[in-house]
Design a protein around this ligand. Sequence first.
Ligand SMILES: [Zn+2]
Length: 469
Amino acid sequence: MTKYIITTANVFIPAEIRYTNISSTYLPADVLNKLLKVFGKDSTLVAGVDVYGKHAYRALKEVKNKNKYINDCKTKFRNTLKLWGIEPDLYIDSDNDKMNEFVEYSIKNLQNKGLIEKVDDPTFYCRDCNEELSKSECNITSKEENRLKKYDKLDDFINEDIECRLCGGQNVEIRMEHQWELKLPRTSFLTSLIEQQDQASNVCQNMQGIYDNNFNTWVFTRNNYGRVMPIDKDKRIYLWYDSLISKLLPLTNNPENVSNDLKESEYFCYFGKNILPYYSLIMPTIFKYGFNAEQMNIKYEARGFCLTQENDASILSQDVYTPEELSRVRLFVLSRVPDKIKDYKLTEDNYKQFLSGTYKNLIKYFHRTSPILSGAIIDFNSDEYRIIENHVLNGRVNKVVSTIEQWAIDDLKEIGKNTYDIKKVKNRHAIITKVIGAIAPNMIKELNYTNKISQVNQAILEKKYDHSK
Ligand SMILES: [Zn+2]
């Protein structure tokens, strides 16, 4: 049986996540995991915290009890997910006990294949605040044009004025340092990854754009933060290397098994659109050459960003949800976030539309149909089941929601008529119930609680008995 592994983007210390991260990544991943499970598949959802990296290094600098601080960050992250009803099967943080073994194994393989080497790499160092800066933390002003500029090559900015964005200081110097670089070979296995993607989504074009770019090497070590580089104790591994490797730990405990176990599994990777280059180019390169993986089945569930506005739906910022509110919020977010790389909004107006639209339609549907149709079982050979299964196996959570909503609207009309296909309606009811159980677990419970038999439409009951004769 195929093992489905659903990964989410690791959050780095201090592990703050907002509802925008929840809506694009964690919630659709949680729902996909639950849908796969209710339809009988072997699925595992994994989430984790990146303990290394520049932000963690800076956050930890002034902290006395570092272990306690890290554990508190992890707890805070888990509690945020819990607030949203998101239930990972596994938490794999980048300081997991097994990580060293996997990192060392892959570095050795990459070295043997001649894919990593020491290169000179520029480091921006601010002498005012004593910080090593990334390029994005430097404001570079062109002397000739007197404006901020973006540069790619070192030669372009070596004579320009550089300002530190952290402290505003002007004393930024460029130091050349030895670092380790990973080569990214452009072989046909990358094309095979494009073919695995959902053709209905726009991720393929985005991947092609990344492959066409002049992105052939990646410097993956730093000077003073991160895990120690196994073959060069003076250098540290950049958190992205760890983060991508950690996605293999739900698969196996032994790095030697990765190549074999990857064949038997299918990955759904959820993350924001900006980190697609890491997932579509660097991750498969490390899996293939660092773990000798011949075949990998990976779907990239990259999502757009939530465009935050002043009129954001206020319910999204709550600290506590009643079970009923949680059901609404989860269903609202999933019905708004597209299954593709496209930005979206979650505003007060959207929420009102949702309450008087999708939510109302589904409530009405369950209210009227559950008393007569509950207990129906899914026909796994039916076209309807195949439609939903196809969406699920492509990670199209938003499409699942819109499909069941349409069925609910159609079937409410159908059962108002004298002759309806009871078998079809019952099958759909069974599917819709399972889907809603994964998205909004309390919705039906709440309904049953308030749904007194006297409220049941007598006409529907009569029709049900007609058709079951
Ligand atoms: Zn500075």
